[in-house]
Ligand binder design. Structure first.
Ligand code: SF4
Length: 259
């Protein structure tokens, strides 16, 4: 496939967050993001990357560098070299992978039937792009961003952000047509209860059985604190009044230093 994409890195590891935590995963991290989350642990992915870092042998951590953009075929070849079929999932992540929808669609189509399920990790706002790829994706892990915590790249520093709920709801309506879907919300000490209630109402109106993961923020960048256990547990109780599958799952890869 001649489609080209901007790749930040490709490596084998283990899923560190969400409902597939602990499962073997090959990560394909694409460059570019149109959001600015205060806690973002990969600000290097906000802009397309000049070079891609590609793991050479599965589990070695040793990487080679290749100049961007890469052809989809090159990415497929690099994935095969990392024992692709031995993974439970291949995660198309970022940055925001749906900013390169055509490449994601071609990559996912090329990866299908080679073993791992196709796992899309997304900020959950690129509705038109999701429509282009939904048929070749097995699982959508979408974020639900809170305007109390997240800005769009185009928002002025101090400006009031537009709520994301309506776009997320539209996105979820399409995402749930995949074989699997989960919704993740990162909770910081600044997260607003009313906004979380609005999120729950939107999700419940679509399907109250969908798994909703509350992820206490891992401090990074300008975010120095994480909400305590009491806050997280109270929030789970609050949301479980309208949602049937609320889970608290912190990031695990950062605990043991995995990439
Ligand atoms: S959406 Fe993801 S990559 Fe983009 S700023 Fe937020 S955490 Fe970072």
């Amino acid at each position: 496939l001649a489609t080209r994409l901007n790749l930040v890195e490709l490596f084998s590891s283990v899923q560190g967050e969400g409902i597939h935590v602990g499962e073997s995963t090959l990560f394909v991290r694409l460059g570019g993001c149109d959001l600015r989350c205060a806690w973002c642990d990969s600000p290097g992915t906000w802009r397309p990357s000049a070079n891609a870092e590609i793991e050479i042998t599965r589990g070695s951590g040793a990487r080679r560098t290749q100049t961007n953009p890469l052809a989809v075929d090159d990415v497929l070849e690099a994935a095969q070299a990392l024992e692709l079929s031995r993974h439970r999932w291949i995660s198309l992540t970022g940055g925001e992978p749906l900013l390169q929808a055509r490449a994601v669609a071609d990559l996912a189509a090329g990866l299908r039937g080679r073993g791992p399920g196709i796992h899309l990790e997304t900020h959950g706002l690129a509705v038109a792009a999701l429509e282009r790829v939904i048929d070749v994706v097995d699982f959508v892990s979408m974020d639900w961003k809170l305007a109390s915590d997240v800005r769009r790249a185009v928002d002025p520093e101090s400006g009031v952000a537009t709520p994301f709920h309506a776009t997320h709801a539209e996105f979820l309506a399409i995402a749930r047509t995949a074989a699997g879907v989960s919704i993740k919300v990162v909770v910081t000490p600044r997260s607003d209860d009313r906004e979380l209630d609005e999120m729950a109402a939107h999700i419940a109106a679509i399907d109250p059985k969908l798994p909703v993961i509350l992820q206490p923020v891992t401090p990074f960048g300008s975010v120095r604190q994480t909400p305590g256990a009491a806050r997280m547990l109270a929030l789970a109780v609050r949301l479980s009044r309208s949602l049937e599958d609320v889970r608290i799952i912190p990031q695990t890869h950062r605990l043991y230093g995995a990439p």
